[in-house]
Design a protein around this ligand. Structure first.
Ligand code: IVH
Length: 703
């Protein structure tokens, strides 16, 4: 080979290494992948192949020799007792056959022994791997994979996951592996995931709060588990499946078979995925993979393949592992589900806050178990990058198998007369010029109160469940009421009466009958009474209903905790809001701007005169007051691992008039130290601050 060519190879290898490092960082640390998993695999395999063909360029620093990405520096680091390896992939049934051959060679088995090998087939849950440590039956530490050797300490966040046992079940049960004791030390490995239903709910809420949505449940799970504030993780409804354990116990040894280990984990109280099965011979494995493929879209967790492991644990040791993955297991991956279809048009959705998002209108096509007619085009930059044009044949993929997106354009099928897509400069609904704020990717229609769609979505939000919870007032009714000029904005909802509702013309689905029932007297009564009921919702719901940018239901709760009435909130300064734990600059700014605007002032005064309650109710106040303010002026710092929920402990302090702070200083009155408390406890001792253990703290709280 010529010198020139070798130089090219070396440069290509270096370029690919950088690319792989970059994409791993985006994926593992920032939870913000720029390319699809399949595209990443292409680059990774290209690099692997070049390195294999050119061993002269071997480097122990190459990303092919490492797993995942460097841990984020925001969390304490945990060195794993046993490295968390990755898995080799089988992209087809042929690859499973090749693996079987390798097993045969490695274990020196003849044909008939090979056909008798037992495999455990488990679903490959698409979440993030974690290592959980239990000492004397108690959960003490949990860490992410990180780079495989060192991960991030996410113990507190993991404690908020209800599926995670905080204490192991002590049972005198016997199981096929022997007698079950609670082991002295147990490390369990598994996958934290976000159920598909929670993912959908979360994204709806994020969009509602004008925050960017997650691309798929895996990113959502990772982003949620790696929150600095465990209270945020707690709201994210994560779940967990475990699939392996390392046991250290005087009387107990690891079970001889992997399947009995899953059974052991279940008996100890861990959630294990219930479709796991023992298959005899690789053909049964293939049948399992096919069966799951036909059913996997009906599960409430996302699976992108099947993990196949040899059942007999002694064979694991016999085969060993490469630096990257064990030889006794393989991940059978389902191909990404993609389909080609015609792009019939590009539609623009206008949201409650005026964000204008492009949506591809497609010729209906079957994809991952559903018929897809619309797909995301994300934003103007994406349209430009893809150079997507109406009339093009496009490749559509379900990103994370949930939200379909346009992946690329089939240029070879492009018609000669196609014209580049011109991104609109005006709002497709009201015609107002669109704007782009700062470095935001989204274009917005700034005509907040004049754009009919924004008005409709604002009213719909006001009436929604987490806001004023007006039963029966949803998208369809709001659209009809606005279109027929029966209401113009939120306050008009409370000006509706039976006369007006009788005027409502229902759209007919076919011949004019749909909705007829709803026009009945009973329906009108129901709507009016739901409206009346909604006037006395808790103050936090009212704040949420106002639709202030960046204020979702949790932000509204924080504001209602601090301010007792809309009048107090209206006169709050940005500093007042910033002083609330969990409120940032952008949020404070947005709240102040909202209450300063004339239109908001009018809305509030209209709602007030229509009888809507906009303050903390007497019953809420008496519930708050019922707790004696015994801790007024006292500052607490919680540190170490507490058995009780940390957010709950902080609430107890606040309810009693105290303050929970994150750092120990001379101003700290009490430090509550849980297990393995470190530097904060040391500092408290140095400063002579009173240190309480959990039991003393509970006593102080009277619980
Ligand atoms: S076993 C050394 N089993 O897939 C064997 N992994 O691509 C380690 N995963 O890092 C993994 N479901 O995060 C195993 N049932 C399962 C799994 C599973 C999901 C993840 C895990 C692993 C990755 C490898």
């Amino acid at each position: 080979m010529s010198k020139q060519l070798n130089l090219d190879v070396r440069e290509t290898i270096e370029k690919l290494r950088k690319e792989v490092e970059h994409h791993r960082f985006q994926y593992y640390v920032l939870d913000s992948p720029e390319i699809s998993d399949a595209d990443f695999d292409v680059i990774f395999h290209q690099l692997e192949k070049l390195e294999k063909d050119h061993p002269e360029y071997f480097s122990a620093d190459s990303p092919t020799q490492k797993v995942g990405a460097a841990p984020s520096t925001e969390f304490l680091q945990v060195k794993h007792r046993v490295p968390l390896l990755s898995l080799a992939n089988a992209m087809s049934e042929d690859d499973l056959d090749k693996w079987e051959e390798r097993l045969g060679r490695g274990l020196e088995l003849d044909e008939s022994q090979l056909k008798q090998l037992k495999y455990v087939c488990e679903l490959k849950i698409d979440g993030l791997s974690i290592a959980l440590t239990y000492k004397d039956g108690k959960f003490v530490e949990g860490a992410t994979r990180g780079n495989g050797e060192v991960g991030e300490d996410v113990t507190h966040n993991l404690k908020t996951i209800s599926a995670l046992p905080k204490e192991l079940k002590a049972q005198a049960n016997t199981y096929s592996g022997g007698v079950l004791n609670v082991p002295d030390m147990l490390e369990v490995r598994g996958e934290v995931y976000m159920p598909v239903s929670s993912f959908t709910e979360l994204n709806e809420a994020l969009i509602d709060e004008d925050e960017p949505a997650f691309a798929n449940p895996r990113n959502a799970a990772s982003g949620s588990l790696r929150q600095k504030d465990p209270r945020k993780t707690a709201k994210r409804k994560l779940s967990l499946f475990v699939y392996t354990a390392f046991v250290t116990d005087k009387e107990m040894v690891d079970p001889p078979n992997h399947f009995s280990e899953l059974e052991l984990l279940k008996l100890l109280g861990f959630p294990t995925e219930q479709n796991s099965k023992v298959a005899v011979g690789i053909d049964e494995v293939k049948a399992f993979c096919r069966d799951i493929d036909s059913r996997r879209h009906s599960f409430d967790y996302q699976t992108d393949g099947v993990v196949v492991k040899l059942d007999q644990r002694s064979l694991w040791n016999a085969l060993g592992a490469t630096s990257h993955s064990p030889r006794w297991a393989i991940a059978f991956k389902y191909p990404p589900e993609e389909a080609e279809t015609l792009l019939e048009g590009i539609h623009f959705d206008v949201g409650r806050t005026g964000a204008v998002t492009p949506v591809a209108i497609l010729s209906p096509v079957k994809l991952a178990g559903t018929t897809v007619k619309r797909a995301s085009l994300h934003n103007a930059d994406q349209i430009r990058r893809l150079d997507v044009r109406v009339g093009d044949t496009v490749l559509v993929r379900k990103a994370g198998e949930i939200i379909p997106e346009v992946l690329s354009v089939k240029l070879d099928k492009r018609k000669a007369d196609s014209v580049p897509f011109e991104y609109p400069t005006t709002c497709p609904v009201c015609g107002h010029a669109l704007e782009r704020e700062g470095d935001e990717v989204a274009f917005r229609c700034p005509n907040t109160y004049g754009c009919p769609t924004q008005t409709k979505r604002r009213i719909e939000h006001f009436a929604s469940r987490d806001a004023m919870d007006i039963e029966g007032v949803g998208e369809v009714l709001v659209d009809l009421l606005v279109d027929q000029n029966l209401i113009k904005d939120v306050a008009d909802l409370y000006r509706l009466d039976a006369e007006k509702l009788k005027l409502l013309k229902w759209k007919d689905k076919k011949s004019g009958d749909a909705g007829k029932e709803k026009q009945g007297v009973k329906w009108i009564e129901n709507v009016l009474s739901a409206l009346e009921d909604s006037k006395t919702r808790p103050f936090a719901n009212f704040i949420h209903a106002l639709g202030i940018r960046h204020i979702g239901s949790s932000g509204a709760e924080l504001l209602a905790d601090r301010f007792n009435s809309v009048d107090q909130l209206q006169s709050a300064t940005a500093e007042d809001i910033l002083s609330i734990d969990g409120m940032g600059k952008a949020i404070a700014q947005s709240v102040v701007e909202f209450f300063e605007s004339d239109l908001s002032k009018k809305l509030i005064s209209d709602l007030r005169s229509l009888g809507v309650q906009m303050q903390v109710s007497d019953s809420e106040i008496s519930a708050r007051n019922a707790i004696e303010k015994t801790l007024t002026g006292k500052t607490f710092v919680l540190t170490g691992t507490l058995a009780m929920d940390r957010a709950q402990a902080e609430k107890m302090i606040k309810d009693r008039g105290g303050k929970a702070s994150g750092s120990v200083s001379k101003k700290t009155d009490f430090v509550v130290a849980g297990a393995s408390a470190g530097s904060k406890l040391a500092k408290a001792q140095e400063l002579g601050i009173t240190v309480l253990d959990e039991a003393q703290f509970k006593e102080m709280m009277g619980v």
